[in-house]
Design a protein around this ligand. Structure first.
Ligand SMILES: C[S@@+](CC[C@H](N)C(=O)[O-])C[C@H]1O[C@@H](n2cnc3c(N)ncnc32)[C@H](O)[C@@H]1O
Length: 280
């Protein structure tokens, strides 16, 4: 499995919230059964960012099962909820606030190896799909179809990286980063930027009606910390794929950091959100 720094998850959470395609949540809300509590499984939940975003938008009474391979991230869910203004009771198993009463269970599980749980009204994941293989997405769609669950799969990269102002090496860095995205992250060869379309095809094969909507990060100079982190990660990924280009990539990174320090420089990172509803 790939490990994820909780500081990175905290840094990206506001950008994720701002980017998500609200049109899909509205469609989802009207399609879900009028059941209380709604049962929801969050795959690769990390510290619970997806719950914090989605639960208030669905409202009412909910029962969440947060699944992740990293038990330390799951152990931090309660602290992150409290930091976002949720009231916790029953040792963190009950979270209230934002118009929601949510029962929360966490489960450490390696989703690459173990069965994909889908016995719920809704299976959701954020920033997961680009890590997985085509075979795994088929397993996910099959598991959802077997239980009749809806699926909302958000913030999967689509390969778009567009900078302003442009720099000479941008296209090369983008191509190398997208190649790196397709390296094995524990689930077999990763789909990277092809993940959203693979999810659309897999759920359609299982008889689902599928809607997609763009959810790009549009980051400006005011997002300097997130941009710094991203650019360092892209430079390191690009150099790992093309070690002979390391010096040129290093210069590209230095140029981008100089621009940011001067209060200049925007980047769009493309994502696609996918909503799959059973019954076409
Ligand atoms: C980019 S993070 C997204 C976390 C969270 N959904 C969010 O939006 O903040 C990817 C998550 O996938 C989890 N992960 C990676 N490999 C996994 C595996 N094999 N089984 C379960 N979870 C895994 C990581 O621990 C991490 O929490």
């Amino acid at each position: 499995m790939s490990t994820f720094d909780p500081a990175w998850l905290r840094l990206r959470e506001p950008a994720d919230s701002a980017a998500r395609a609200s049109v899909l949540e509205r469609l989802l809300k009207t399609a879900l059964p009028a059941r209380e509590p709604l049962s929801i499984i969050d795959l690769a939940a990390g510290t619970g960012s997806n719950l914090r975003y989605l639960a208030p938008r669905l409202g009412g009474s909910q029962a969440w099962r947060l699944v992740d391979a990293d038990a330390d991230l799951l152990a931090a869910v309660s602290d992150h909820l409290a930091a976002h203004g949720w009231e916790l009771a029953d040792d963190g198993r009950l979270a209230q606030g934002h118009g929601v009463r949510a029962r929360i269970a966490t489960e450490a599980r390696d989703l690459a190896r173990d069965a994909v749980p889908a016995d719920a009204d809704l299976v959701t994941a954020s920033a997961l799909l680009d890590l997985v293989s085509g075979a795994w997405i088929d397993r996910l769609a099959a598991a959802c179809a077997a239980s009749g669950a809806a699926a909302l799969l958000t913030l999967s990269v689509d390969g778009t990286l567009a900078w302003e102002p442009v720099a000479e090496l941008d296209g090369e860095v983008r191509a190398l980063v997208n190649r790196h995205q397709q390296r094995d992250k524990g689930f077999g060869p990763a789909l990277g930027p092809h993940a959203p379309q693979a999810a659309v095809a897999a759920f359609e094969r299982h008889g689902y009606g599928v809607e997609t909507a763009a959810s790009p990060w549009r980051l400006g100079p005011g997002d300097a910390q997130l941009q710094q982190h991203l650019h360092a990660g892209w430079a390191s990924a690009a150099s790992a794929v093309a070690p002979d280009r390391e010096a040129a990539i290093h210069d590209w990174l230095a140029h981008r950091m100089d621009l940011l320090a001067a209060g200049i420089g925007s980047v769009e990172v493309g994502h696609l959100d996918v909503l799959a509803l059973p019954g076409g």
